[in-house]
Design a protein around this ligand. Structure first.
Ligand code: GDP
Length: 442
């Protein structure tokens, strides 16, 4: 999970304040000491931590807070606000040129996730109506061009390449011209990376910048590299001038230091975050929502947006009708499961629900396996069985268990749960009908 250790420790330190009726200056200072340690352990830049703690302390030891009726809550509110400010306060969007095509140049070290992110970003912006062209400008890493073509193919995005014998500056320029000719209003240029920053690379990137004058230079940074990522950002910004950052691999075991320091150190915003290897796992970055997630307050807005992006509205309406008319089958159930899976791992979803703590999240790994079993069981049923589970007798149960690699008991459980769910749905519908008739709920 994102920021697991940090979230645990911060929530622990602040929880202590919440449980106290009255706070003294000493209580606040003690809690801030814990917050400070938690941030340092999360690999947040030490100067950033110091400024942050000073700001929170300044605001939190005032009479207004200490003498309020809910001092603990007030301190948490201040920490939340300052965390949000640290990450840039508001969402920072891509600025599109009024004279298309908008040109975005992606830069970063090798392995940070540039090529993947180029595809993800194209796919994301295509959904909002853009017509992106991906330009293969990394001619040094073996297979980088092929990789971009594969990614483009999966997302149904055109990829422009001139092979690896032409200079990247020329490729970038020709790519933009190609976009103009073919009506692409967005160009995303993938560039070469190195394992370390070197002058030759910087010079090449400067030349591309000079030639195509990109509207946005976005630095792709690997969140798992912590403070190193922040150093890389400082140098790229100094030498090239960047407009923002895309932080990848935030789904991994990252301590979070890069996400919390990069804005404060470079004064450049994080615009997107990579949350997995799949091509739809890129999210716009919202400082306030991230702060809420870190403090265990959830992120309902992102959850709703994810649901809207992944659940088919027409299907949802059909489903509602089926529930009302008692026609809900195992096929519908499977459909729901699949749509839910598109939203990402359960643990990532639960993280967005207020009050969910990371201990509960750990148990979820088990449940994730459970879902795989359920899917296998349903897939081992025949069409007729899915539609009418009442025909599933003893021998059918045995066959389904065998086919799904589970046990008869698991099949029994699922059948029972399904019946119960249907019963519950019926009760809700009846209740709704009753209320419409003007009856009162018992
Ligand atoms: P490049 O050298 O900068 O072009 O990096 P690539 O695009 O080839 O990515 C390097 C590796 O990181 C690949 O295995 C990607 O699948 C992986 N990757 C990229 N973004 C993410 C992310 O957000 N999460 C995870 N878990 N992996 C990612």
């Amino acid at each position: 999970m994102v920021f697991e250790g940090l979230a645990d420790k911060l929530q622990g330190a602040l929880q202590k304040l919440k449980s106290k009726g009255k706070l003294s200056e000493k209580d606040v200072k003690e809690a801030m000491r814990e917050v400070k340690l938690a941030l340092l352990e999360a690999d947040v830049n030490f100067k950033v931590v110091k400024d942050f703690i000073d700001k929170v302390k300044d605001r939190a030891v005032g009479n207004e807070v200490l003498e309020s009726l809910t001092p603990g809550q007030q301190v948490i509110k201040i920490v939340n606000e300052e965390l949000t400010a640290l990450m840039g306060t508001t969402q920072s969007k891509i600025t599109f040129s009024s004279k298309p095509p908008t040109v975005i140049m992606l830069v970063g070290l090798q392995g940070a996730g540039k090529t993947t992110t180029g595809g993800k970003l194209g796919g994301y912006l295509k959904k909002s109506g853009k017509r992106p062209l991906l330009v293969a400008g990394d001619i040094y890493r073996p297979a980088a061009i092929k990789q971009l073509q594969v990614v483009g193919g999966q997302l149904d995005l055109p990829v422009f390449t001139l092979g690896d014998k032409v200079s990247p500056v020329h490729i970038a320029k020709a790519g933009v011209e190609h976009a103009v000719k073919h009506g692409n209003d967005l160009v995303i240029i993938d560039t070469a990376g190195r394992l370390h920053i070197d002058d030759h690379l910087m010079e090449e990137l400067q030349n591309i910048k000079q030639e195509v004058k990109p509207h946005e230079i976005l630095l792709v940074l690997d969140a798992m590299t912590g403070q190193d990522a922040v150093n890389v950002a400082e140098i790229f910004n100094e030498k090239l001038g960047i407009d923002g950052v895309i932080l990848t691999k935030l789904d991994g075991d990252t301590r979070g230091g890069a996400a919390l320091s990069v804005r404060a150190v470079t004064n450049k915003p994080i615009k997107f975050i990579g949350m997995g290897e799949k091509l739809n796992e890129l999210e716009p970055f919202f400082p306030d929502r991230m702060a809420s997630r870190i403090l265990g307050m959830g992120d309902i807005l992102s959850l709703i947006e994810k649901a809207q992006a992944n659940f088919d509205e027409k299907k949802a309406r059909e489903l509602e009708k089926k529930i009302k008319t008692q026609e809900f089958t195992f096929d519908d159930f499977l459909d729901q499961l699949q749509q839910m899976k598109n939203m990402g791992p359960l643990s990532q979803l639960l993280e967005m629900i207020p009050g969910a703590n990371s201990k509960q999240l750990k148990n979820l790994e088990v449940d994730e396996k459970e879902l795989v079993h359920i899917e296998a069981i349903i897939k081992s049923m025949t069409k007729a069985e899915r539609k009418n589970p009442s025909i599933i007798n003893g021998s059918r149960r045995k066959r389904i268990a065998l086919g799904s690699g589970t046990t008869v008991q698991k099949v029994n459980n699922l059948l029972k749960q399904f019946e119960q769910t249907k019963k519950m749905m019926k009760q809700f519908t009846d209740m709704e009908k009753g209320m419409k008739k003007g009856g009162k709920m018992k």
